[in-house]
Design a protein around this ligand. Structure first.
Ligand SMILES: CC(C)(COP(=O)([O-])OP(=O)([O-])OC[C@H]1O[C@@H](n2cnc3c(N)ncnc32)[C@H](O)[C@@H]1OP(=O)([O-])[O-])[C@@H](O)C(=O)NCCC(=O)NCCSC(=O)C[C@@](C)(O)CC(=O)[O-]
Ligand SMILES: NC(=O)C1=CN([C@@H]2O[C@H](COP(=O)(O)OP(=O)(O)OC[C@H]3O[C@@H](n4cnc5c(N)ncnc54)[C@H](OP(=O)(O)O)[C@@H]3O)[C@@H](O)[C@H]2O)C=CC1
Length: 406
């Protein structure tokens, strides 16, 4: 069977999203980042290091179908996301709920002789601190964002920490929030009567959580190799394993981050921040837990999955200002807010988790994964294009049923 070329896939994607093929060509030239832009982005640049950039078609979230850009070096992850998305779409797709874009500015003060008095004075000055914060980020306030409230905690040993909770709207928010932390720092230290310490955002964005769920009739999990009910039971059992064992929970979460990180990376977002926050959230109850869990319904008719993780993503600012490949990724997604991007990234994470668990709990991971792995290493490939009409030409996909030539 004929293997479709990258230009053929680009042409199909361009058609699907209404871009000129030349725009894709241009944005993805040199791995999406030219040397002079790279030179301006970081220090001591020698060049760029490219990753494969692919798409998972037909990921339905809150009733809308997305062509999801994924940057990842690992074979079978994009296929896994596509596979689960296809099954989920038939059942109505993923449902996501996203918190407001709250990121916390931390101001730490030490050598505080009277922490109780400091807390009282800082709580009494909450409105003043919020106003000072908002003065420093006037443009964000004008857009409808800004500092919402402040809080303070006694950390013991003469150390206190003040949080200013800032709605960063469509930005990831690190620089915005650092500006706030520095703007209010001196006043906080004055109120605390201590020594001003660090002024920096927290990457633990537990007020900016993306929650996504999916409900699949068990028959949507069936294959020629396994019944839907057996697959669903296996996935629920795999979830129980991860809920009981930290060694398994970490790998389970890796399978979620396969999807999340690939979207985060493709869209030019800060994946270190996402990773740090996700794993802290996984451990928020004192032990490390799976970020996603799966249950078979009581009547054994449906499998229900849910995922929650903090996701501070931006569709403005950061690397997006400069990176043509990341801007292309956002153009493919056609998202209009950071919350919408978080919804898609989370849904993609739940999708890769579902496919991994389905494979693991039925036939094992190696057949699907290694078949695609062999393509990268020069070994045998069983896969040909699925969307040819026999003459090799692409069949036009129906809306929401988008499939790409392989
Ligand atoms: C690999 C598959 C998808 C094969 O799955 P399959 O059932 O053999 O595939 P199929 O040939 O029947 O195709 C079914 C659908 O899968 C997708 N699909 C299938 N092949 C392709 C392809 N070449 N390119 C694009 N999409 C593909 C596509 O959506 C396709 O629908 P179609 O388009 O044909 O109507 C399946 O076995 C699978 O999902 N396996 C899991 C793979 C995985 O999780 N990989 C990650 C690497 S392992 C890891 O990092 C994490 C892990 C596993 O440790 C996490 C954990 O332990 O929880
Ligand atoms: N610990 C961490 O995670 C740290 C991360 N960073 C890095 O910081 C960067 C992210 O910072 P971030 O503050 O998001 O980016 P920016 O500093 O680029 O700020 C985003 C800017 O976008 C503009 N903007 C336009 N439209 C909107 C909108 N609708 N909503 C919000 N802002 C809008 C605002 O500028 P204006 O108001 O002027 O128009 C805003 O200042 C990333 O590169 C990250 O890696 C930096 C330090 C620490």
């Amino acid at each position: 069977m004929r293997h479709f070329s990258i230009p053929e896939r680009r042409a199909e994607v361009a058609r699907l999203v209404g871009l000129a093929p030349a725009e894709l060509e241009h944005a993805l030239r040199s791995g999406g980042l030219d040397e002079s832009t790279a030179d301006a982005m970081v220090e001591n640049a020698l060049g760029t290091l490219a990753l494969p950039f692919g798409v998972a078609p037909g990921v339905r979230v809150n009733g809308k179908d997305y062509l999801v850009p994924m940057a990842i070096e690992e074979p079978s992850v994009i296929a896994a996301a596509s596979n689960a998305a296809k099954r989920a779409r038939k059942a109505g797709g993923f449902v996501a709920e996203i918190d407001p874009s709250i990121v916390v500015a931390q101001i730490e003060v030490h050598d505080v002789a009277d922490p109780a008095g400091a807390l009282a004075r800082i709580e009494g000055a909450a409105a003043e601190l919020v106003a000072r914060a908002n003065e420093a980020i006037g443009n964000l306030v004008a857009r409808g964002g800004g500092a919402r409230r402040s809080s303070v905690r006694d950390l013991g040993g003469g150390m206190i920490v003040v949080h200013v909770h800032v709605d960063c709207l469509d930005a990831m928010g690190a620089n915005l929030v650092n500006t706030v932390a520095e703007a209010v720092g001196a006043r906080v230290a004055e109120l605390a009567r201590g020594t001003l310490g660090l002024r920096i955002l927290s990457n633990y964005c537990d007020e900016r959580v993306a929650r996504v769920r999916v409900r699949l009739p068990v028959e949507e999990l069936a294959s020629t190799r396994v019944s839907g009910l057996d697959a669903a039971r296996g996935i629920a059992q795999a979830s129980a394993f991860a809920e009981r064992d930290v060694y398994r929970a970490v790998t389970h979460n890796k399978g979620i981050m396969n999807g999340v990180d690939a979207v985060v990376l493709a869209t030019g977002n800060d994946w270190r921040a996402v990773e740090a926050g996700a794993h802290a959230y996984a451990a928020r109850e004192g032990s490390y837990r799976p970020l996603a869990t799966w249950r078979l319904s009581d009547d054994e008719q449906a499998l229900e999955g849910q995922l929650a993780l903090p996701l501070a993503l931006g569709i403005v600012g950061g690397a997006l200002r400069a990176h043509p490949g990341a801007r292309l990724a956002l153009a493919l997604l056609r998202v209009t807010s950071a919350a919408e991007l978080a919804a898609v990234a989370a849904a993609t994470g739940l999708a890769t988790n579902l496919s991994a668990l389905r494979a693991l709990s039925t036939e094992g991971i190696q057949r699907g994964h290694m078949t695609l792995h062999h393509r990268a290493t020069g070994g045998p490939s069983e896969r040909g294009p699925r969307t040819t009409n026999g003459s090799g030409a692409c069949e036009p996909p129906a809306a929401g049923e988008a499939k790409l030539p392989r």
